[in-house]
Write a protein that binds this ligand. Structure first.
Ligand code: TMP
Ligand code: ASP
Length: 243
């Protein structure tokens, strides 16, 4: 029997399942599912859940050490994370340091352009509308967050960017962009939630600019799991033979 077997399922997303753990906590299971383009592509990649869970846990720990509050509590199993209960703000908060992905497809930015000042974007987290970009007025009009909360979320996202960029730089990984989700706890505190993994970030090898993230799957650029394992190896020293 594994942790979670007897727990009530709260939500099943595309790659993670959330269970009720107790009054204060959820248990998040990182599955091996991988999807892209609102599940138009869907596959199972063996051990991906393990790598994403471990990578996320360590990145959350690094954020906490640097004074950024997150929902992370501890790992209960190699692919299962205990987290504080929060209500997720339905935004994908994206920070971009180098032009890649949709900003290159949809705006006149050249791939690889380094932004002097990071660009923060907030998309509406809603598959039906394909996660459209929102502006501050729209976020308020939709009742998603107040002006002050938007300001705070931007500050959190930029602080996360500084901490992640510095840590990843030390293991020769560039951070062109990433997405975080933010949750509100009972007291109204904003905590970094969800995951921070090669599913939700662009990670490029600093020497070759090669993707070590989900872009290998999205755009059939290479072996997706090999990239995740390489990120893990640089973070933890070696890839486990047996999990
Ligand atoms: P984009 O360039 O495709 O808009 O992606 C920006 C960042 O957001 C990138 O680091 C990957 C991440 N991302 C997600 O976490 N979920 C998604 O559904 C998409 C499209 C991107
Ligand atoms: N979350 C997106 C989906 O499955 C995938 C992506 O990250 O591009 O549709």
């Amino acid at each position: 029997m594994q942790v979670g077997d007897n727990l009530k399922e709260i939500a099943k997303g595309k790659a993670k399942t959330v269970y009720e753990y107790d009054e204060e906590h959820y248990l998040i299971e990182f599955r091996d599912d991988i999807t892209a383009f609102d599940s138009v592509k869907h596959d199972i990649v063996g051990d991906k859940g393990y790598y994403n869970c471990q990578i996320s846990a360590k990145l959350f720990e690094i954020l906490e050490k640097n004074g950024i509050r997150t929902h992370y509590v501890k790992l209960l199993e190699p692919n299962k994370m205990l987290v504080k209960k929060v209500e997720i703000v339905p935004l994908e908060v994206i920070v971009r340091n180098i032009a890649a992905g949709s900003i290159v497809r949809e705006y006149p930015f050249k791939e690889g352009t380094v932004f002097e000042k990071p660009i923060v974007m907030m998309d509406y987290k809603d598959d039906e509308y394909h996660d459209p970009l929102l502006n501050c007025d729209m976020i308020q009009a939709l009742g998603i967050a107040t002006e002050n909360e938007i300001k705070k979320m931007k500050e959190i996202a930029l602080k996360v960017n500084d901490v992640l960029k510095e840590y990843l730089g030390s293991i020769d990984i560039l951070l062109p962009d990433f997405k975080i989700e933010i949750g509100k706890d009972k007291e109204g505190n904003l905590l970094v939630a969800d995951e921070i993994s090669p599913d939700s970030c662009r990670f490029w090898d600093a020497n070759t600019n090669k993707s070590l993230d989900k872009d290998n799957y999205r755009f059939d650029k290479g072996d997706v799991l090999a990239g995740y394992k390489e990120v893990y190896r640089r973070m933890f020293g070696e890839v486990p033979k047996q999990k």
